[in-house]
Ligand binder design. Structure first.
Ligand SMILES: *Cc1c(COP(=O)(O)O)cnc(C)c1O
Length: 349
């Protein structure tokens, strides 16, 4: 790594960090690409690197246009606000990031009413439940406007046939469709299909670069010209209009060139971690989905195990149901270190 020494102070540097795929650091090559990016004032539409990123991402997703956001949270919010007016509602999963993890932004800032539905264990929203929540045209009800899906969700790829059925249902009822595709590239690589195929059913899709693609920040919202033009206005209102943002977009262009196909390595590492942990009697392997591994354990282990792992150079958010996330800063050796550390902890019990 060729960081200036001021960037080396992080207490987590060098650890096998499985807490999230957001914890990656830009590689020396990514930093070089960033600093070599031509820039301009993006609010004026002048930044060539941002313009290239928006166009390339839109093309990869099979959409007409794209707009660069500082975060996936803001990108999702702008997409909802572009498609739902004040007093309208969107149908969303209880476990969906947009509903649960974004501070209630759609309601708070968009005056959009969420209509949450319990996710099935595979992450899908039961079609019959969606149908039951689409409100008739009656002045008692908010106007149901949009269906929000997330893919991957908890690392799970939504079954393609399910998505097509959900699309048919939504279209039949006149609803728009938004994809929270923070990990849509994991769905594409893991499912062996193109990003365009993953995004095809949706009017808008929010694609994160700061997860598996490994950039410091950034999401691109893609969709039709009209939706993206509205979202661009909303981005400015939300304070997301950035100036020489080409420095950040340069990281994203680097990631498009170098960090997509390699997601398969993260999926392989997740499978390897799952196999290793599956051998430990005290752990129940819950599931391995693309780049995520879920294990269950008795709660008495959580605090001491977390501390023990850290003493072995492994960081994980240990809980009764522990999620571990693979990414480009965790190597196969890091996976093996993790499995050994888990085994050592339980051997010492
Ligand atoms: C990370 C994430 C987002 C956006 O997160 P930001 O930190 O705001 O970029 C949105 N949806 C899902 C499913 C995510 O995992």
């Amino acid at each position: 790594m060729s960081y200036p020494s001021s960037m080396k102070s992080s207490s987590t540097e060098g650890l096998v960090d499985l807490r999230s795929d957001t914890v990656t650091r830009p590689s020396a090559a990514m930093l070089a690409a960033m600093s070599a990016s031509p820039v301009g004032d993006d609010v004026w539409g002048d930044d060539p690197t941002v313009n290239e990123l928006e166009a390339r991402t839109a093309a990869l997703a099979g959409k007409a246009a794209g707009v660069f956001f500082p975060s996936g949270t803001q990108s999702n919010l702008a997409a909802l606000m572009a498609q739902c007016a004040r007093g309208e509602e969107y149908i969303v999963g209880q476990k969906a990031h947009t509903y649960r993890m974004e501070g209630g932004g759609a309601a708070v800032l968009g005056s959009i009413q969420p209509q949450p539905i319990d996710n099935d264990p595979d992450g899908t929203l039961p079609l019959a439940r969606i149908k039951a929540e689409i409100k008739p045209d009656d002045s008692h009800f908010a106007i149901t406007r949009l269906l929000n899906l997330e893919n991957t969700i908890d690392g799970r790829i939504l079954p393609p046939a399910y998505v097509l059925e959900a699309e048919a249902l939504a279209r039949g009822a006149g609803l728009s469709m938004h994809l929270d595709g923070a990990r849509a590239w994991n769905a594409a690589v893991g499912g062996g299909v193109s990003l365009e195929t993953v995004c095809a059913p949706y009017d808008s899709a929010s694609l994160c670069f700061s997860k598996g693609l490994g950039t410091p920040v950034g999401s691109v919202l893609v969709g039709g010209e009209a939706v993206i033009a509205k979202a661009r206005r909303t981005r400015k209102m939300l304070g997301g209009g950035m100036r020489q943002a080409g420095l950040l977009a340069g990281a994203c262009l680097y990631a498009l060139d170098h960090n997509i196909e390699r997601l398969a390595e993260d999926h392989d590492n997740a499978a390897r971690l799952g196999r290793g942990l599956g051998q430990i009697a005290e752990l129940e392997l819950d599931s391995v989905n693309t780049n995520m591994v879920f294990v269950r354990m008795a709660s008495e282990h959580c605090a001491p195990l977390g501390a023990f792992l850290k003493s072995r150079g492994v960081l994980a958010a240990i809980g009764p149901r522990t999620r571990m996330v693979l990414h480009l800063d965790v190597s196969t050796e890091g996976v093996d270190t993790t499995v050994e550390a888990f085994k050592a902890y339980f051997a010492g019990r």
